[in-house]
Design a protein around this ligand. Structure first.
Ligand SMILES: Nc1ncnc2c1ncn2[C@@H]1O[C@H](COP(=O)(O)OP(=O)(O)OP(=O)(O)O)[C@@H](O)[C@H]1O
Ligand SMILES: [Mg+2]
Length: 252
């Protein structure tokens, strides 16, 4: 079996400073992986490099997605192949309604895969159904993408995108930050509904609490640009008790 995502000895620089120093991890279809680690350890950087956000220089290592060289692909090509990143800080796009953005993005991905584009009524029905399950009022979707959305609304909007795009690799960067207790449960239910044998999730979080809702198969600890420890879901509980000090020494 080919792994869904293989990150091998990845080295990444931003502005001549090395941020990832040989990061390795493998995610198979059907698995949920959690990445934890102190502020500044490189978690968002890893997610950005996988999604293809510009501004990062890969100086070593490789990333394979379904056995293909991901780093050779443009960001839109990666999205069409099934890579999705829910951003830690979702961006506002004034002047583009959320609804239009969603439909354009879904159709562009379908087209790139040689699938039929959604007709407007079919798409509306689909969005209505998914938005309702995430407690997102349809009125919100008439507003510019994320414009004036509260922190929690932005996060729910990311989960809405994910549910519509049906990606095979979902990376969720601090999805739980800014969500109230009820919204956290709703968003986590939305994520769990997408769990399937041919899809994998990488959940970046600081809080073990999220992992009570989205139970991971594997937990990785990142420190100073590397994965320094991997284990089962009990590792998250252990971290809650011990903190990161012991891992900072390992990485140094
Ligand atoms: N564009 C940039 N220019 C300079 N330094 C950067 C840039 N992007 C990231 N870094 C640095 O890289 C390191 C890793 O940042 P990253 O955002 O990946 O951390 P993180 O693990 O996601 O942290 P957090 O838990 O706070 O979200 C930090 O020290 C950060 O300052
Ligand atoms: Mg981050």
């Amino acid at each position: 079996m080919t792994a869904l995502l293989e990150v091998k000895d990845l080295q990444v620089r931003v502005d001549d400073r090395e941020i990832l120093h040989g990061l390795t991890m493998t995610v198979n279809g059907g698995e949920v992986h959690a990445i934890m680690g102190p502020n500044g350890s490189g978690k968002s950087t890893l997610s950005h490099v996988i999604a293809g956000k510009p501004g990062y220089e890969v100086t070593g290592g490789e990333i394979l997605f379904k056995g293909e060289d991901l780093l050779e692909m443009e960001p839109d090509e990666r999205a069409a192949k099934g890579v999705f990143l829910a951003f830690q800080y979702p961006v506002e796009i004034p002047g583009v309604t959320t609804m239009n953005f969603l439909r354009t993005a879904v159709n562009a991905q379908r087209k790139a895969r040689g699938e039929d584009e959604y007709l407007v009524p079919d798409f509306l029905r689909k969005v209505r159904e998914v938005a309702a399950s995430l407690n997102i009022p349809m009125d919100m979707l008439k507003r510019g993408v994320n414009v004036g959305f509260s922190g929690g609304e932005k996060k729910r909007n990311e989960v809405l995108q994910m549910a519509l795009f049906q990606p095979s690799l979902c990376i969720l960067d601090e999805m739980d930050s800014g969500l109230d207790i009820d919204a956290l449960r709703v968003a986590a239910d939305g994520v769990n509904a997408l769990r399937s044998p041919d899809r994998a999730m990488v959940v970046i979080t600081h809080y073990q609490r999220l992992l009570n809702y989205i139970v991971p198969d594997v937990v990785h600890v990142m420190s100073q640009g590397r994965v320094v420890k991997s284990g089962g879901k009990e590792l998250a509980l252990e971290l809650e008790a011990t903190g990161y000090a012991q891992y900072e020494e390992v990485a140094a």
